[in-house]
Design a protein around this ligand. Structure first.
Ligand code: AMP
Ligand code: MG
Length: 415
C-alpha cells in the first residue's frame, strides 16, 4: 500500500505531470477568459490625440483668466468640432471653438470650458454653434483635456503572458486595434463515470439505480475553470468497454482523462488493467477528507486522474487537484483562491486529516463567521448546495471550539 500523502505533496506530484499547452491565435471576440501566451505591446498612444473630456468650448486659458459668474468673458466662436472631426482651425486670442466629448483639441487651445460654465449650455449637437460665447469661469491650462499618451505609450508592454483576459482587457486590446491575440489552447478534458448502479438522465430510475450526477458536476467544473469537457458518460466497469472509452478519449484529442468512482484498490481492477495496457496507474491515499483515494497515472502519455465516486468527494478532489492541473495546462500561473479568515459559531470535530467542510460564511459588520451546513457525509450533496464556502480544517486538528479561527474558500468570490 502506498504511503499517506499530504495534500501539498499530492498537488506537487500531480502538477509535475502537466505543462502549459500549445498556443493559438484567436480573434479578440473569442479571446475572453483565455490566457495570453506572451506580452502585448501597443503600437501607438492611447489616447492617440489630445481630446476633450467634456461637451463645451475649447479656449486659450489665458483669455478667460478674468472670467467670473457675474462678468463673463466673451469669445468669438470660430469653429464647431464634433467627435470624429479632424479640425484644421487654429485658435487665436479671443477665439473659441465649440467641442464635443472625444473630439480633438484644435491647435492654439489649451483647455476646455464645460457648457455649464458658459451662456450656451444646450449640449444638443444638432443645434448650430453660436457666433459668440460668454465664459463664466476661468480654467487652468490642460483642464478637461485628455492628453495624447495619458494611458499608454507606444512600445509599452501593458499585458504579460500568463494573464487571463477579462472583459476589460478585451476592450483595451480593441482600443489598440489588436484584432488577434496569441493565447494558450483550451485544455480538453474527457470525463466518464463507472458503476453498475449508474443510469443516464434520459433513462428511468429502476430499483437500486441512481442517476450519474458526477459527470455533470465534473463537466460544469471543467468549464468553470477554463477547460473544454468531452463527456463520455457512463462506461460499464468491463475491460473492453473501458479500453474503448480510453481510446475514444484519445481520438478526441484530450489533454486529460478524468473518471469518477471505483477508486478503491480492489474495485478498480478493470480500469487499472485497461490503463496499464498502455500506461501506468498509482493509487494515492491523500491525507484529506473528503476525497482520500485519488488515482493518478497516464494512458498513452495522456494524464489520467481517477476521482472518488461519492459526489462531494469528487467535487472536493476536483477543486483540490484537477483545478490546478487545468490551470497549469491553460498557461495561467497558479491562481491562489480567495481565502477568508472566519470565526466558528459552533464547535467542530475532525479526524486529523485535512478537511474541507461545507459551511455558510457570513460577514456582519466586517466580522466573518461560519457555521456548517447539514449532513457532512461525502454523499450528501444538499449540504454542498447550501454552502457558500468550504472550511479548511488543517491536518492534525481533531477538534475546534466555538470562536476558533479558520480559513475558508468562498465559492461566491471565485465565481
Ligand atoms: P465508489 O467510489 O464506486 O465506491 O462509489 C462511492 C459512492 O459514490 C457510491 O455510493 C456510488 O453509488 C456513488 N457514485 C459513484 N459514481 C457516481 C456518479 N457518477 N454519480 C453519482 N454517484 C456516484
Ligand atoms: Mg462503485
Amino acid at each position: 500500500m502506498v504511503a499517506l500523502l499530504s495534500v501539498e505533496e499530492a498537488q506537487q506530484r500531480l502538477l509535475s505531470a502537466f505543462h502549459p499547452l500549445d498556443v493559438e491565435n484567436l480573434d479578440l471576440i473569442h479571446a475572453a477568459g483565455r490566457v495570453l501566451a506572451g506580452p502585448v505591446q501597443s503600437t501607438f498612444d492611447i489616447p492617440s490625440f489630445d481630446n476633450s473630456s467634456m461637451d463645451g468650448f475649447a479656449v486659450r486659458s489665458s483669455d478667460v483668466v478674468q472670467a467670473h459668474p457675474d462678468r463673463g468673458v466673451q469669445l468669438m466662436v470660430v469653429a464647431d468640432i464634433p467627435a470624429g472631426n479632424n479640425p484644421q482651425v487654429v485658435l487665436h486670442a479671443g477665439q473659441a471653438a465649440r467641442i464635443m466629448t472625444g473630439a480633438p483639441i484644435p491647435e492654439g487651445a489649451d483647455a476646455v470650458v464645460p457648457v455649464e460654465q458658459t451662456d450656451f449650455s444646450d449640449r444638443n449637437p444638432d443645434l448650430e454653434a453660436p457666433k459668440k460665447v460668454r465664459i463664466f469661469h476661468p480654467v487652468a491650462a490642460g483642464a478637461y483635456i485628455r492628453p495624447r499618451g495619458q494611458d499608454v505609450h507606444p512600445g509599452e508592454a501593458f499585458l504579460q503572458g500568463g494573464f487571463r483576459l477579462r472583459p476589460q482587457e478585451i476592450g483595451f486590446l480593441a482600443m489598440l486595434g489588436i484584432a488577434q491575440v496569441s493565447v494558450y489552447r483550451l485544455p480538453r478534458v474527457a470525463v466518464f463515470s463507472t458503476g453498475d448502479e449508474l443510469v443516464p438522465l434520459d433513462r428511468p430510475l429502476t430499483p437500486g439505480k441512481i442517476y450519474d450526477s458526477n459527470s455533470l458536476t465534473l463537466v460544469a467544473l471543467i468549464k468553470k475553470y477554463g477547460g473544454m469537457p468531452v463527456n463520455l458518460g457512463i462506461i460499464p466497469d468491463r475491460l473492453p468497454a473501458i479500453k474503448s472509452g480510453l481510446e475514444e478519449a484519445l481520438a478526441q484529442n484530450v489533454d486529460l482523462i478524468l473518471s469518477s468512482a471505483g477508486v478503491s484498490v480492489g474495485a478498480f481492477d478493470f480500469v487499472r488493467q485497461a490503463v496499464e495496457t498502455e500506461g501506468h496507474l498509482d493509487f494515492w491515499r491523500v491525507n484529506m477528507r473528503p476525497g482520500k483515494p485519488v488515482v493518478f497515472g497516464s494512458y498513452r502519455n495522456i494524464p489520467y486522474i481517477g476521482l472518488p465516486g461519492n459526489p462531494v468527494s469528487a467535487f472536493v478532489a476536483f477543486e483540490v487537484f484537477v483545478r490546478l492541473a487545468i490551470q497549469k495546462m491553460s498557461g495561467s500561473g497558479m491562481m491562489p483562491r480567495p481565502v477568508q479568515r472566519v470565526r466558528l459559531t459552533q464547535p467542530i470535530d475532525s479526524d486529523g486529516r485535512q478537511s474541507y467542510l461545507r459551511a455558510i460564511a457570513s460577514n456582519a459588520g466586517g466580522e466573518w463567521s461560519a457555521r456548517l451546513t447539514g449532513h457532512q457525509g461525502s454523499g450528501n450533496m444538499r449540504s454542498l448546495v447550501q454552502a457558500n464556502a468550504l472550511l479548511l480544517v488543517p491536518s492534525g486538528v481533531k477538534s475546534l471550539p466555538i470562536g476558533a479561527e479558520l480559513d475558508a474558500w468562498l465559492f461566491d468570490l471565485d465565481g
